[in-house]
Design a protein. Structure first.
Lengths: 339, 288
C-alpha cells in the first residue's frame, strides 16, 4: 500500500521519458518537411550569393570567352574560338616540314606573344618562390617547435608580413629595392644595382617580396601540423637509435604528409594567380619583366576593354591550375602513407 | 610540442656541443626574425624623414619629422579620412554579412537534417576551387548591367559569403552536442531560436576568429576594389595607396607614410589579439 504512489511516480516518469524519446526521434515533433524547409531557409542566402557571384559567372565567363564583348552594348559578337586563337598564337610548338618543332623563343620575347611571355614569368615566379616559402616556413616551424625562449615574440615577428596588404608591401619593397633605396645602402658598392628598374632583376624583386610575405603563413601551418605528430613515434625512433636527421626523415616528414600537400597546392595556386604585388611594384614593367598572367588578363580586360580575350585567358589559366591540382591529388593518393 | 633531445638520458643540457647548437639555433631564428621585421622599421624611419636616403633611414634614423604625414593630410587630392571610412565600411560590412550567412549555413549543414545536406555541403566546398580571376570579368560585367560599379553595394555584395567560413563554422557546430538543441526544442524553441539562443552564443570564439580573419582579408583586399572602385571618393586604402604611388612616385617619405597608415591598424590589432590571428590562419589550413 505504501509503495503504490512510489510505483506510480516511477511509471509516470517512465511514460514521460518514453514520450520525450519518441518526440526526439522526430526532432521534438518537428517533421521532415519542416526540417527541409528550415534547412533550405538557412542556406538560402549562400545559395543565392554563390550562384550569383560564383557559379553563374563561371558559365557566363565561358560564354564571354567566345565573344568580342562590348561593354557599352552589354553584349558580344560571336567569334567562335577566335579569342583563344589570338591568345595562343604563335604556338611554342610548330609544324614545319612534316615534323614538330620546339620554339622556345616564343617564351622569351614579349613582342612575339605576351601570353607565353607572361606564362614564362609566372612559372619563373612560382618555381622561385614556392619552394623557398615552403621550406623556409618548415625550417622556422622546426626551430620554433623546440624550447625557444621568447617563442611568442619570434612567432609574431615571422607572422607580421603575412598581415600586410600586398599593395603596402609592394610599395615598401619598391623603395627598398630602388636605385637609391635602403638595400643598396647596405650592400657593398660593387653590388649596388637598380634592382626594381632593371628588366633582368625586377621579377626577382617581386619574388623576394613574396618569399618574405609567404614564410609566416606556412610556418603557422607547419607548427599546427607538428603539434599533431604523436610523441610516441619520436620515443620509438629514439629507442631504435635514430639520429636527429633520421627522426626528421622517417617520422616528422612523412607525418606532415597532409600539411605538405595542402601547403604545396595552396602555394602553387596562389603563385599562378599572382597579380596585385606585381602591379603595384612595377606595373608589369619594366619591358613586361613583371607581367604575370593574371596581370595580363587584368590589363587586357580592364585597361583595354578586351573582355572576351581576357575571359579566354582566364579559362586557359584555370585549366592549367585545375590540371595541376588534379595531378597533385592523384599523385598524393598513390603515395599516401598512413600511420 | 616535440620534446627536445636534452630531456632524455644520455643527453646533457651542458657541454660545448649543447651550447654551440643552441647558439646557432638562436642566431638563425634571430636573423630570420630581423629579416621579417626590418622592413617595418625602414618604413617607419622613411616616413619620418623629410628627404629619405639609404644612409638616413636604414638603421638609426638621422631625421625626425612628421612633415610627410602633415603633407598627406593637407593635399586636397588625398582623401585620407574618406578612404579610411570607406575601408572600415567595406571590411565591416563584408565581415558582418559573412558571419551572418556563414553561421546560418554552417549551423544548418551541421545540425538540421534536411534533404541533400551532404551533397549541398560538398557543392559549397568545391566552389573553393574556382580561382578568383575567372569570376572577376563576369561579375564585373554583371555589376555594370546593374549599375553598381563605383558603389558601396558593388564593393560589398560579391564578397558577402565565403565557403571557407561555412566550412569552419560547420565543423564548430558539429563539435557541439546535439542534446542541447533537443532540450531547447522540447522547451518549445523553433529551429531559428535554437540556433540563435543556444548554439550561436557557444560559437563566439569561432566567430571571433573567423571575424578577425575576414576583416583582415577585406581590409587588405586589392583585386576586387581595384576593379569596382573607379572614383577617388570610393577608394579603399590599398587602392588609394596604389593611386598615391602612381601620383607621387619616388616621393618615398610620403609613400611610406601612406603605407604605414594602412599597416598600423592591422599591426596594432594583431599585437592585441595575436592568438585569434594565428588561430584563424591555422584553421584556414585545416581544410587541407
Amino acid at each position: 500500500m505504501a509503495t503504490e504512489p512510489l510505483q506510480s511516480t516511477a511509471e509516470r516518469t517512465t511514460e514521460r521519458l518514453r514520450s520525450v524519446l519518441h518526440n526526439l526521434k522526430g526532432y521534438a515533433g518537428i517533421t521532415e518537411d519542416q526540417n527541409n524547409l528550415m534547412g533550405f531557409a538557412f542556406i538560402a542566402p549562400n545559395i543565392l550569393v554563390f550562384s550569383l557571384f560564383l557559379l553563374g559567372p563561371v558559365l557566363f565567363a565561358f560564354y564571354v570567352s567566345f565573344q568580342e564583348w562590348s561593354i557599352l552594348a552589354g553584349a558580344g559578337e560571336w567569334t567562335g574560338i577566335g579569342n583563344y586563337v589570338d591568345v595562343l598564337e604563335p604556338l611554342p610548338i610548330s609544324y614545319v616540314d612534316g615534323s614538330l618543332q620546339w620554339r622556345p623563343e616564343v617564351f622569351m620575347d614579349p613582342s612575339t606573344s605576351l601570353w607565353w611571355y607572361s606564362l614564362k614569368n609566372t612559372f619563373v615566379y612560382a618555381i622561385g618562390t614556392v619552394p623557398l616559402q615552403i621550406f623556409g616556413g618548415l625550417a622556422v616551424a622546426l626551430m620554433l617547435d623546440k624550447r625557444v625562449r621568447l617563442k611568442k615574440a619570434y612567432r609574431a615577428a615571422y607572422f607580421m608580413p603575412v598581415m600586410l596588404s600586398g599593395a603596402a608591401s609592394a610599395v615598401m619593397w619598391r623603395w627598398f629595392l630602388a636605385g637609391d633605396g635602403v638595400i643598396n645602402g647596405i650592400l657593398p658598392t660593387f653590388l649596388e644595382h637598380n634592382w626594381a628598374g632593371d628588366p633582368g632583376t625586377a621579377l626577382g624583386g617581386v619574388m623576394l617580396m613574396a618569399i618574405w610575405g609567404g614564410i609566416g603563413s606556412n610556418m603557422i601551418f607547419f607548427l599546427a601540423g607538428l603539434q599533431n605528430i604523436p610523441e610516441e613515434l619520436y620515443e620509438a625512433a629514439r629507442i631504435d637509435g635514430a639520429s636527429r636527421w633520421h627522426r626528421f626523415r622517417h617520422v616528422t616528414w612523412p607525418s606532415l604528409g597532409n600539411t605538405n600537400f595542402f601547403v604545396f597546392v595552396m602555394a602553387i595556386i596562389s603563385a599562378f594567380q599572382v597579380f596585385g604585388i606585381a602591379l603595384v611594384f612595377s606595373q608589369g614593367g619594366p619591358v613586361y619583366a613583371t607581367t604575370t598572367t593574371v596581370l595580363l588578363i587584368y590589363q587586357r580586360a580592364f585597361e583595354e576593354g578586351a573582355f572576351g580575350e581576357g575571359a579566354a585567358m582566364a579559362f586557359l589559366l584555370f585549366l592549367l591550375i585545375f590540371a595541376f591540382s588534379y595531378y597533385q591529388y592523384r599523385y598524393r593518393e598513390e603515395t599516401e602513407v598512413d600511420y | 610540442m616535440a620534446r627536445s633531445d636534452y630531456e632524455y638520458p644520455g643527453y646533457e643540457r651542458s657541454g660545448v656541443s649543447y651550447w654551440s647548437k643552441t647558439t646557432i639555433l638562436y642566431l638563425l631564428v634571430t636573423a630570420g626574425a630581423l629579416w621579417m621585421t626590418l622592413p617595418f622599421w625602414w618604413t617607419l624611419t622613411t616616413s619620418l624623414s623629410a628627404s629619405p636616403t639609404a644612409a638616413t633611414v636604414s638603421f638609426i634614423p638621422a631625421e625626425f619629422t612628421f612633415q610627410n604625414f602633415i603633407t598627406l593630410w593637407e593635399r586636397p587630392d588625398i582623401l585620407l579620412v574618406r578612404w579610411f571610412l570607406n575601408t572600415m565600411l567595406f571590411a565591416g560590412a563584408v565581415t558582418a554579412f559573412n558571419l551572418t550567412f556563414d553561421s546560418l549555413a554552417g549551423y544548418a549543414l551541421a545540425k538540421v537534417d534536411f534533404w541533400g545536406r551532404e551533397k549541398i555541403f560538398l557543392g559549397f566546398i568545391s566552389t573553393m576551387m574556382i580561382p578568383g580571376m575567372v569570376t572577376l570579368i563576369p561579375v564585373y560585367l554583371l555589376l555594370v548591367e546593374l549599375g553598381w560599379v563605383n558603389t558601396y553595394q558593388g564593393l560589398i555584395a560579391p564578397l558577402v559569403a565565403q565557403p571557407l567560413g561555412i566550412f569552419l563554422l560547420r565543423q564548430h557546430f558539429k563539435s557541439l552536442p546535439s542534446a542541447l538543441g533537443d532540450a531547447a526544442k522540447i522547451d518549445g524553441c523553433n529551429e531559428f531560436q535554437t540556433f540563435y539562443k543556444v548554439y550561436l552564443p557557444l560559437a563566439k570564439p569561432a566567430l571571433a576568429t573567423l571575424g578577425i580573419f575576414t576583416f583582415m582579408g577585406a581590409w587588405n583586399n586589392f583585386q576586387w576594389p581595384l576593379i569596382i572602385a573607379n572614383g577617388a571618393e570610393m577608394y579603399t586604402l590599398p587602392i588609394a595607396l596604389f593611386a598615391v604611388r602612381n601620383q607621387y612616385f619616388a616621393e618615398w617619405g610620403l609613400m611610406m607614410a601612406a603605407a604605414l597608415i594602412i599597416v598600423a591598424p592591422v599591426i596594432v590589432a594583431f599585437l592585441a589579439a595575436q592568438n585569434y590571428f594565428i588561430q584563424g590562419m591555422s584553421l584556414s589550413g585545416m581544410k587541407g
